[in-house]
Design a protein around this ligand. Structure first.
Ligand code: S3P
Length: 167
């Protein structure tokens, strides 16, 4: 049964912030997959990428999604790359109502440009990199989700939470 809510979407789309508020409103437990990975490794995401590589990070991501998907009554904030692994999509879809926070590229860029915590965006042409990844992933986010919520720079976070609650 779909007892959980999983939030998917690009880096900076607000999954963690929305997830925390939503969980509080619905009296559900909140889990952030990135945070769970860091806690398990006792390292930051940039440290994991640098010391062990992206593949290692993705294996952990899959493992934790697997574990968390077997719980009930939780809101799961995923990392932006969760949809590149088909197993993750299968696991999430089995147990969760999947919500895609579809944020536009410009808003994403404005939100993440000063943050150094995202190794994939630590490149000179950050805007172009965001566009490239966004275009590659957009369809995957769409086909993996039960509900899409459009987000832009004017979107109020509480409206987003309300929309998900109502759906
Ligand atoms: C990633 C997104 C990040 C984090 C890692 C990889 C991605 O999570 O999992 O840096 O591939 O999009 P956020 O979406 O929470 O930033």
């Amino acid at each position: 049964m779909k007892d959980n809510i999983a939030l998917i979407g690009f880096m900076g789309s607000g999954k963690t912030t929305v997830g925390k508020i939503l969980a509080r409103y619905l009296d559900m437990k909140f889990i952030d997959i990135d945070r769970a990975i860091c806690a398990r490794e006792k390292k930051t995401i940039p440290e994991i990428f640098e010391e062990k590589g992206e593949d290692y990070f993705r294996r952990l991501e899959r493992l934790i999604i697997e574990e968390e998907s077997s719980e009930n009554n939780i809101v799961i904030a995923t990392g932006g790359g969760v949809i590149i692994d088909n197993e993750n999509i299968k696991n999430l879809k089995k147990t969760s109502y999947v919500v895609y926070l579809d944020c536009d590229v410009e808003t994403i860029y404005q939100r993440v440009k000063r943050n150094k915590n995202r190794p994939l965006l630590n490149v000179e042409n950050m805007y172009e990199k965001i566009e490239e990844l966004y275009n590659k992933r957009r369809t995957l986010y769409s086909i993996s989700s039960d509900l899409t919520i459009a987000i832009n720079k004017n979107t109020n976070i509480y409206d987003t939470v309300e929309n998900i609650k109502n759906a």
